[in-house]
Design a protein around this ligand. Structure first.
Ligand SMILES: [Fe+2]
Length: 269
């Protein structure tokens, strides 16, 4: 799996405080089947993380992982709070891209009091940036306006959701919206948003397996959403075709069945 959204670096945000905790988290990610991970510490009004902080912490972690024999490819990125983007120059934003390529992971507001973020996201796109929206399902304003998510999507805006949302880890509203987004085929990435081993663990494959039991649309897309799609986002290349399945296949079957019925009806008459 490729995990584009994690808080893995020590001492930068609300992720691990020490290098030992980071190594333990990385070990758990590798054991759960993650091969490539992007460390995306918060860059926000609260955490004024700089590009230099991220590079230094990532280098330190890579060295510790080699010593500990943990096979995990750690890349660099950031989770940039949407309001913080106002204060950052275009050059500073470009430096925070996932894997240094094309996409910036942007966190829309999680508070009910915040206004609608759509205009601000469009403003970022107008500045020439490519925006991967983090945990869209947890943003109350976007939940209230699902059509605005659909309208935003395109060559410059993609959607990521958190695996734990699909099993209700962030409440019923986030779960229902996450599932609606998957059913509507509006999601391009599922990430762990792991912070630690206890409260926000890297349990992406467990969450997806549990959610897929009664969710056919997820079963057909889960592999793509945690493999080829995030790999392409990280590389800054075109996304491979999304696998068919779920509602799409059901709709196709319905069309084929009604065509057969119409043909028979013509033969009878
Ligand atoms: Fe996050």
């Amino acid at each position: 799996m490729v995990d584009l959204h994690t808080h893995l670096l020590p001492g930068l945000d609300d992720g691990p405080s020490t290098l030992e905790e980071s190594v333990a988290l990385a070990k758990a990610m590798a054991a759960a089947g993650t091969r490539v991970v992007v460390a995306t510490p918060h860059v926000s009004s609260r955490y004024r993380t700089s590009r230099a902080d991220i590079a230094a912490a990532a280098a330190q972690l890579r060295e510790a992982l080699i010593s500990a024999g943990v096979e995990l490819d750690v890349r660099e990125g950031a989770e940039v709070e949407l309001v913080r983007t106002r204060d950052l120059s275009d050059e500073q934003l470009r430096e925070l891209r996932l894997g240094g390529r094309q996409w910036i992971l942007v966190e829309p507001p999680l508070s009910r009091a915040a206004g609608n973020p759509v205009a601000e996201i469009e403003g970022l796109v107008a500045r020439g940036h490519h925006v991967l929206l983090a945990h869209v399902e947890r943003c109350p304003a976007l939940r209230r306006s699902p059509d605005s998510v659909r309208r935003l999507l395109g060559e410059e805006v993609l959607v990521s959701i958190t695996a734990a949302s699909l099993t209700g880890g962030f409440g019923g509203q986030a779960q229902r919206f996450a599932r609606w987004l998957v059913r509507e085929r509006l999601v391009h990435d599922i990430a762990s948003d792991a912070h630690d081993l206890e409260g926000r663990p890297p349990a992406m494959s467990d969450d997806l397996q549990a959610a897929a039991i009664d969710f056919r649309a997820l079963r057909s897309q889960a592999g793509w959403l945690t493999g080829p799609a995030p790999a392409a986002i990280l590389a800054g290349t075109a996304l491979p075709p999304r696998p068919r399945g779920g509602m799409h296949d059901a709709a196709q079957r319905l069309v084929r069945r009604s065509r057969r019925w119409m043909t028979r009806r013509r033969q009878w008459w």
